[in-house]
Design a protein around this ligand. Structure first.
Ligand SMILES: Nc1ncnc2c1ncn2[C@@H]1O[C@H](COP(=O)(O)OP(=O)(O)OP(=O)(O)O)[C@@H](O)[C@H]1O
Length: 228
């Protein structure tokens, strides 16, 4: 589970991105993070995978305070968490297969496990037939499938998706949502920052709304709540 207690984050330029966030997210939940641009959504998710540190307050995952990890222990946090970005962030010179394998090589999994697991996850996201392609030979939706495969390759407990459909057309977005829902069905916690009114209002989940770095709404099965 994820717990944040009175989390504040000010960036070096003086911007207060989070202003006292308190939240509890149970294992296996699917949570949308919504709110206007600049509300603090990306900063919120960065608190969870230690992309940024809070100035004050605590962030706990499975009851372990992330501030107790030393810098060199950060990979231990990252093993529990897969991250998917709006712009995919695939390595352009590596094939689809290699992009996913790389995520397992860095955590020193055995070659056999890597071979099996890469093909398993590529199959899961429906992109096995493109294993030998390079990212720029794929459509945006296909690239996002690869990025999701990479994020789940080491069976993380939590998947964070920061506007995963932001660069995709509506049809492609529904396909990506189906995959995220399937991953959630296996017990993985999903936290998804999004600006998509249509997705939030159609696939009902818990909605946490941030404004000016504060949670202003937290509602099971809530609506998007802003104009598209
Ligand atoms: N690395 C940084 N350095 C300084 N300021 C930052 C940094 N990252 C974010 N900010 C600022 O912190 C505030 C919150 O940004 P954040 O990216 O968390 O918002 P967001 O809700 O994800 O926005 P969007 O929907 O546009 O992606 C904004 O004012 C932003 O300009």
């Amino acid at each position: 589970m994820i717990d944040m207690k009175d989390v504040h984050k000010d960036y070096a330029n003086g911007v207060s991105a989070l202003n006292g966030v308190n939240v509890h997210i149970d294992n296996g939940e699917f949570v949308y993070l919504v709110g206007p641009s600049g509300a603090g959504k990306s900063t919120f998710v960065k608190m969870i995978f230690r992309g940024e540190k809070p100035n004050t307050g605590t962030v706990k995952i499975d009851n372990i305070d992330l501030s107790t990890y030393k810098e060199r222990q950060i990979p231990q946090i990252r093993r529990k968490i897969g991250v998917v970005y709006q712009d995919f962030k695939l390595l352009p010179k590596l094939t689809v297969y290699e992009n996913v394998a790389f995520a397992l090589e860095v955590i020193e999994e055995s070659p056999k496990l890597i071979r099996d697991r890469v093909m398993e996850v590529l199959d899961l996201v429906g992109i096995k037939h493109k294993a030998r392609s390079l990212p720029d030979e794929l459509s945006g939706g296909e690239q996002q499938r690869v990025a999701i495969a990479r994020a789940i390759a080491n069976k993380p407990k939590i998947v964070i998706a920061d506007e995963p459909t932001g660069n995709l057309d509506p049809d492609t977005s529904w396909g990506i949502m189906k995959i995220l829902e399937d991953i959630n069905q296996t017990g993985t916690t999903i936290i998804m920052a999004t600006h998509s009114q249509e997705i939030v209002n159609t696939i009902k989940k818990r909605v946490i709304a941030l404004e000016n770095g504060r949670i202003v709404r937290d509602e099971a099965g809530g609506d998007y709540g802003y104009e598209a």
